[in-house]
Design a protein around this ligand. Structure first.
Ligand SMILES: Nc1nc2c(c(=O)[nH]1)N[C@H]1C(S)=C(S)[C@@H](COP(=O)(O)OP(=O)(O)OC[C@H]3O[C@@H](n4cnc5c(=O)[nH]c(N)nc54)[C@H](O)[C@@H]3O)O[C@H]1N2
Ligand SMILES: Nc1nc2c(c(=O)[nH]1)N[C@H]1C(S)=C(S)[C@@H](COP(=O)(O)OP(=O)(O)OC[C@H]3O[C@@H](n4cnc5c(=O)[nH]c(N)nc54)[C@H](O)[C@@H]3O)O[C@H]1N2
Ligand SMILES: [Mo]
Length: 768
């Protein structure tokens, strides 16, 4: 439970002793002091397990300790010795647990038994695995398949994910939304149109050759800390790093490598960003247009002076791209005053960044949720692609576009068929391989799933991991509708809100985590994942299962499939779940170009790469070229011009002590916020203007203008270095403020980084 609130600026670096202390503390708290450190030695090693935290790449020649503070926390959280067994449920009603914070629910420990919701006692009661499968199968058979949702959170392995999508499709549904729909779906929509691949083009080796990096809205020190090692090397070579972010994130400023004895003992640190541009939330689209505009101006000047040095890569543009002229016209058409207005940056600042870009030969542009989670997120990513294409920065060593994905296998799940978009799946091949008629109708993505639940059209929700109702927008309405769902089935490791609030019939199916040893009838199994650079790796469990009665995810999917589907001689679910190599063979048959010889190639210590034509400058687009996209507006949000004076733009962020809805603790060390997550970070000029003092408790009221009342209460206003007119709060506590319709156009990613809100003083309400 949160206690002892302390808020003070943090001036230290990311990493360093603060990080080491934090890892030690969580290992003790989860009561894994001996096993923990030993397990950490196997993290991200060829014969070890893949970290269950972020999706960052794994090195071919790993450090002795290849993990970060947050990876260590994720490991401790999974291998905790705490348990949530039948005795816990016997003593707690769901009504009571509805008031528990996210941290406390997961902190109870690992679930140990399959359970079924019992209305009389308002709690979950143990059930035999087979009975659970039979009951769920019976219910699913009674529903229209298009009214059933099969959600996936991005942690499940390639094997479990492939089986799960096949199960859903054989059942008759393409309703396969996943966490990616709230995350990098904007990337998956933007990049195929510009460079012909749905993923980034950077490999870890590129860091050795890059001579400039950009960061747009990605908080590397918190969310992909292992990348700091590469950044440190980049900085040691003298290459600049330029950051655009509304918050001054410590993890993008300075780093002390906890694995460098010299840096630790001398308290020395590496400066990460050489330029830091604190722009308005959603100002990226305009900022990147500004960068392109400055580059065009520099090139005009060079041309007029008849200098040989051009700032555009004319040969590349002519040979490899389409649409440049229209793009250039559009960029020339925007005024600097409009760009300055949207970004809150001065023209000279943007020109300074453009100047570094213009003089660098190989540039990597990294980005994260700061770009994808806006109404115009897809266009902003396409602008970044434009910027890179102008100087041929795609398909050359040391250069490329680098979306840093979230969950450790979220990219891989798409690769093996987890998607609601049937056109992205080789349905004809599946039809042939398994002699069935796959559904062709488009399935529901996350936002559409929420709508179908709100409208009471959905009959069942099956979740392969994740914490759906806590992660999605419109929390209050969603929770109410969630309780009316005829059936909820959660395959999970720990108790969370999506289990506590439950459907009329509900089952919890606890599974093994990836760090655990998974022994099946044919022996010890390993699973596979794809990292954010498109490399596949094996992951070998290291510790004893948390409880004897847990099933692996493939076993659970097989159990559900057998109980639900008509027998099909082409799929032997039992054989698959007792030997995952057979699932890998099946994946290779479905996707031969990517996975041929899967079982042999995955044994290589560094894994193997997925083909990426854009890296070879082969453009799998309609034009067979890389496409420039002409921007038609600079605004992050089409509704913005109508906003009133007292409306602030709320950014929702992650702390250094959480993994998505999993809250490890209340120490956001890097932002200096301890003991509470109920804060709203504000600029002092807004505090003054609105008459709110530092530390005062306020309510946040949704201000999207759709007439629906949305609020969260009792947040501590905290003076912080955010751009005037914006404020920041934590995800998921702020999700009740996010309207379901407020999402990126085309990708449907909820615009969680630009939520219009008003602040209301609590005294004012009392007086009224
Ligand atoms: N430890 C840890 N690691 C994680 C996660 C975690 O919760 N904890 N989550 C995982 C997942 S699923 C994901 S998707 C990733 C998320 O990792 P990130 O992509 O880093 O996502 P966020 O932390 O939500 O926000 C990123 C940054 O965007 C900035 N930002 C906000 N709005 C804007 C904007 O308009 N423009 C710009 N330029 N910047 C903006 C914020 O200040 C913040 O620094 O991390 C993954 N890794
Ligand atoms: N406002 C706002 N909302 C956001 C975001 C934001 O930045 N702001 N970010 C969005 C993003 S990027 C994402 S990815 C989503 C995240 O949404 P989800 O992926 O749905 O949520 P998580 O919090 O990662 O899920 C945590 C749960 O997963 C279960 N779990 C953990 N490990 C395993 C495992 O090995 N197997 C199984 N089966 N279950 C396991 C545990 O029970 C745990 O409670 O949230 C989105 N929502
Ligand atoms: Mo994510």
């Amino acid at each position: 439970m949160a206690e002892h609130i302390k808020i003070k600026p943090y001036w230290g670096p990311v990493g360093g002793w603060g990080s080491a202390r934090s890892v030690g503390a969580i290992l003790l708290r989860e009561r894994v002091p001996i096993e923990g450190p030993l397990t950490l030695l196997h993290q991200n090693k060829p014969s070890g397990f893949e970290c269950v935290s972020c999706s960052y790449a794994k090195l071919g020649d790993p450090h002795p300790l290849e993990f970060c503070e947050n990876g260590a926390k994720a490991t401790a959280w999974e291998i905790t010795s705490k348990r949530c067994g039948p005795e816990f449920f016997a003593n707690h009603k769901m009504r009571e647990l509805e008031d528990w914070p996210d941290h406390d629910l997961e902190e109870v420990g690992r679930l140990t038994e399959p359970t079924r919701y019992d209305r009389a006692s308002d709690s979950y009661r143990p059930i035999e695995w087979n009975e659970a499968f039979e009951e769920i199968g019976r219910a699913l058979k009674s529903f229209d398949p298009t009214s059933v949702i099969f959600y996936t959170s991005g942690r499940a392995s390639l094997e479990a994910s492939y089986m799960y999508q096949l199960f859903a499709r054989m059942y008759g549904s393409n309703n396969l939304p996943d966490s990616s729909n709230m995350c990098h779906e904007s990337t998956s929509v933007a990049l195929p149109e510009t460079i012909g691949v749905p993923i980034g083009t950077v490999k870890i080796e590129d860091f050795d050759h890059t001579d400039c990096m950009f960061f747009f809205g990605q908080n590397v020190g918190v969310n992909s800390p292992r990348m700091l090692h590469q950044l440190q090397q980049v900085r040691e070579r003298g290459a600049p790093i330029i950051t655009f972010n509304p918050l001054r994130e410590r993890g993008l400023e300075r780093f002390t490598n906890p694995q460098s004895p010299v840096q630790m003992l001398t308290l020395s640190e590496t400066k990460i960003s050489t330029q830091y541009h604190q722009l308005n939330p959603g100002g990226d689209l305009a900022a990147i247009v500004g960068l392109c505009k400055a580059l065009i101006a520099a090139d005009d000047k060079a041309r007029k002076a008849h200098r040989n040095e051009r700032f555009l890569d004319i040969d590349f543009i002519e040979e490899h791209t389409s649409g440049y002229d229209a793009f250039e016209r559009a960029v020339r058409g925007f005024d600097w005053s409009e760009i300055e207005n949207c970004t809150a940056l001065r023209r000279e600042e943007i020109e300074a960044a453009a100047d570094v870009y213009a003089h660098s030969n190989a540039v990597i542009a990294c980005y994260g949720m700061g770009l994808t989670q806006h109404r115009s997120g897809v266009l902003a990513i396409q602008m970044l692609s434009n910027l890179l294409l102008m100087r041929g920065n795609i398909g050359k060593a040391g250069a490329g576009i680098f979306p840093v994905r979230g969950h450790s296998n979220v990219q891989g799940q798409r690769t093996v068929g987890i998607t609601e978009k049937p056109e992205l799946v080789p349905l004809d091949q599946l039809a042939k391989q398994y002699a069935f008629d796959p559904p062709r109708l488009k399935g529901l993505d996350t936002v559409e799933t929420c709508r179908s639940i709100l409208d009471e059209r959905a009959n069942a929700f099956v979740g392969l991991g994740g914490n759906f109702i806590r992660a999605v927008p419109e929390t209050v309405a969603m929770e109410e509708a969630w309780g009316k769902l005829p059936l909820t089935v959660q395959i999970l490791t720990k108790l969370n809100r999506s289990a506590v609030i439950h459907g009329r019939e509900a089952f919890l199916l606890p599974c093994l985590g990836r760090i655990e040893i998974d022994v099946q009838a044919t022996g010890k199994q390993f699973v596979t994942v794809e990292d954010t650079t498109g490399r596949f790796h094996a992951s070998h469990g290291q510790v004893k299962a948390a409880a004897p009665n847990l099933c692996s995810e493939p076993m659970i999917v097989a159990g559900l499939a057998k109980a639900t589907l008509k027998p099909n001689t082409c799929v032997d679910w039992d054989a698959w779940s007792s030997n995952y190599a057979l699932v890998r063979d099946a994946i290779a048959d479905t996707y031969p170009k990517i996975f041929a010889d899967f079982n042999a190639r995955i044994l290589k210590p560094r894994g193997f790469d997925r083909p990426n034509p854009a890296r070879e400058r082969i453009w799998s687009t309609k034009t067979r070229k890389a496409n420039f996209v002409a921007p038609d507006c600079l605004s992050e949000d089409p509704d913005l011009p109508r906003r009133k004076e007292d409306v602030l733009t709320l950014i929702t962020v992650r702390s250094n002590d959480q993994f998505n809805t999993t809250v490890y603790g209340y120490e956001d060390r890097l932002r200096g916020i301890y003991g509470t997550r109920m804060v709203v970070l504000m600029h002092e000029s807004d505090m003054e203007r609105l008459g709110i003092s530092d530390g005062e408790l306020v309510d946040l009221i949704g201000a999207s203008g759709d007439g629906i009342e949305r609020f969260v209460r009792g947040f501590r206003a905290t003076r912080y270095d955010v751009p005037p007119g914006s404020c920041a709060g934590y995800y998921p506590e702020c999700n009740p403020l996010l309207p379901l319709w407020h999402h990126a156009e085309r990708s449907h990613v909820p615009a969680a980084k630009s939520i219009p809100v008003r602040l209301q003083k609590i005294q004012a309400q009392v007086a009224a």
